[in-house]
Ligand binder design. Structure first.
Ligand code: DC
Length: 231
């Protein structure tokens, strides 16, 4: 199936499988995948490593003073897109529970959102991009030709995140993972700037009980219907 040069926006709650699904779309249809959450995680890691977060409090002034010069960028490496901070790949450091615990408050800061939005736009030039996040279909790319909003049961989502962390050699406690996830959902959907919400023209995908193969069948159907592709 040949998919036109469109922008695909995927939004949804934490650990609904957005990035796995977006990567699958990218590799199946030849799109560039960009993970907007990674950027927020990168800003959070930078703030933590530079003493701008202590006891859960963010030194917003210090962060604002240095964010303009922050060299956060994506690099393509063997088909995958990875996040770099200067000359350091930070792809694994940004996935720890410590970063997950602070990323929602950091991402609620308006100047952080403006910084990430401008980076995302510059990396998306040329189109044929699939991007996942919380506000892609509502704020970053409100004119995206295809918008998907992903949801899944809390317990299913926590188990997924838990398994992911174990696979990376971390030792999470299931209850901590579940409460972090619920807390992030709450902060993400209640913040003032670009809160997480479903775009009116988004297709909803509840993948609580779906395999990746079924998700692929679903998106093929959506694309065929939306763009009048017959095959
Ligand atoms: O998708 P993720 O869990 O890696 O995202 C990390 C955090 O970044 C998430 O809790 C909220 C924030 N985020 C956001 O506010 N807007 C986006 N477009 C993507 C992520």
């Amino acid at each position: 199936m040949t998919v036109p040069d469109i922008t695909i926006a995927i939004d949804g709650y934490s650990s609904t499988g957005k990035s796995t699904f977006a990567k699958l779309i990218a590799s199946t249809f030849g799109f560039l995948y960009l993970d907007s959450g990674a950027m927020y995680r990168g800003v959070t890691l930078f703030a933590m490593e530079n003493g701008m977060i202590s006891d859960g409090t963010i030194d917003e002034k210090a962060l604002e003073a240095s964010i303009g010069g922050l060299d956060l960028h994506f690099r393509r490496d063997e088909g995958a897109t990875r996040l770099w901070l200067g000359d350091r790949c930070i792809e694994s450091e940004i996935r720890t529970l410590a970063v997950s615990g602070m990323v929602s408050p950091v991402s609620a800061i308006p100047f952080v959102r403006a910084f990430v939005d401008s980076r995302l736009h510059s990396f998306s030039e040329g189109g044929r991009v699939v991007m996942d996040g919380r506000d892609i279909g509502t704020t970053v790319f409100p004119n995206a030709e295809l918008k998907i909003f992903m949801v899944a049961d809390d317990a299913v989502r926590a188990q997924r995140r838990f398994d992911e962390m174990v696979a990376k050699g971390q030792s999470p406690v299931f209850e901590d993972v579940l409460s972090n996830l619920r807390e992030r959902d709450y902060i993400d959907s209640h913040r003032e700037t670009s809160p997480l919400r479903q775009a009116e023209d988004a297709f909803v995908l509840d993948n609580s009980a779906m395999t990746l193969e079924e998700e692929l069948i679903w998106i093929r159907g959506i694309i065929q219907g939306r763009f009048g592709i017959l095959e």
